[in-house]
Design a protein around this ligand. Structure first.
Ligand SMILES: Nc1ncnc2c1ncn2[C@@H]1O[C@H](COP(=O)(O)OP(=O)(O)OP(=O)(O)O)[C@@H](O)[C@H]1O
Length: 330
């Protein structure tokens, strides 16, 4: 008898996501002990044994709940039991920046990045599923995001890969249990104080009831279509930025005027970030204000942007530089 179909699906998703790596390469799994990342660890251990990859694991103790250190040790023990080596349990101190959830995530990714670099792992696997993707897309849709943001999480980035992005949470949980692994269910995942939990428990089930099943799959499909569109627009923006820039990093307004709005916004955003405006705080309203310097200009000189960057229009050029420093010709 072959393996349970859910286990087979999990293993083949992991195998496919690592197909480009040469034998001997170290792959880490980021494991919280939840069903998703535990199934990921089980599947990675299986795949590594058959492909010559090396498999290790990292669990991060955020120190936010009673008994978290003991649980991290238990998770590390489970990972070692699966034959993963090296296995690390890393304790982090979580700041208060942007709310406890965001702070925990920031501290976690910093710890995972540090471990990957120290251990020489090019790839770190995380256990996001199709349902996580659908929830992310719905949350972002409700906030009014553009294509890049509605594209959700990438299946594969520079360091992080998400082999389970095409599998549902139920499939992954089934795989975890069928592998004989006992997951730890984080009580936060049931706490309706979090918008994501309300989306999971109330909004998505309501949409499925009212609009028919398959809404989560449909949202995930929309995300991957928008990813293709956003990639194409970003590629166009990179080329347009190159074409519009002169040696002093000023942009030619005539070149900008010719661009479709979606591409011009991306060019302006990139130019502002390159001049030092932080990507995280540069909002659509800021980019729109700079855009008006191009398309609806009434002689005003400039626009102030986050990070003390100022965009200035002068003599047919748009210049981005530090606020308070005179631009070219000012
Ligand atoms: N404590 C942890 N230690 C190691 N890895 C973790 C931990 N918590 C989460 N992860 C990894 O991150 C994945 C996503 O977890 P979760 O959905 O809880 O994250 P999140 O807080 O929503 O943040 P993000 O989705 O941005 O990673 C997990 O499947 C797992 O791979």
């Amino acid at each position: 008898m072959g393996p349970d179909p859910a286990v087979a699906g999990a293993r083949s998703a992991v195998r496919a996501s690592l197909a480009d790596l040469a034998p001997g390469a170290l792959v880490l799994v980021a494991c919280s002990g939840g069903a998703d990342s535990l199934a990921l660890a089980g599947a990675l251990s299986f795949v590594a044994a058959r492909t010559g990859l090396r498999a290790g694991g990292v669990t991060v103790d955020h120190g936010l709940q009673r008994g978290s250190a003991e649980r991290a040790e238990e998770v590390a023990g489970l990972l070692r039991g699966l034959g993963l080596d090296p296995v690390e349990s890393v304790a982090v101190s979580v700041g208060r920046h942007g709310g406890p959830e965001a702070a925990a995530r920031e501290a976690r990714y910093a710890a995972l990045n540090e471990a990957a670099e120290r251990l020489g792992a090019r790839v770190v696997l995380v256990g996001h599923t199709l349902d996580d993707q659908a929830e992310t897309v719905l949350l972002r849709l409700a906030r009014g995001s553009g294509a890049r943001s509605l594209a959700g999480m990438a299946r594969s980035g520079e360091r992080y890969r998400r082999p389970f992005l095409g599998l549902t949470r139920a499939e992954v949980r089934r795989a975890c249990l069928a592998m004989g692994l006992a997951p730890w269910d984080d009580p936060h995942n049931e706490d309706p104080a979090y918008a994501r939990v309300r989306v999971r428990r109330t909004v998505l089930p309501l949409l499925e009831r009212e609009l028919g099943p398959g809404v989560a799959e449909a949202l995930a499909r929309t995300a991957s279509q928008l990813r293709e569109d956003a990639d194409a627009l970003d590629g166009w923006a990179v080329r347009a930025l190159e074409k519009a820039s002169d040696l002093e990093h000023s942009l030619d307004v005539r070149v900008l005027e010719e661009l479709p709005q979606a591409v011009r916004s991306r060019v302006l955003r990139r130019a502002a970030v390159a001049a030092g405006s932080p990507a995280g705080t540069l909002a659509a309203v800021h980019v729109a204000a700079v855009d008006r310097l191009v398309t609806d200009w009434h002689g005003q000189r400039g626009v102030d942007l986050p990070g003390r960057v100022r965009a200035i229009r002068r003599y047919g050029k748009l210049h981005f530089g530090p606020a308070g420093v005179a631009g070219p010709g000012e």
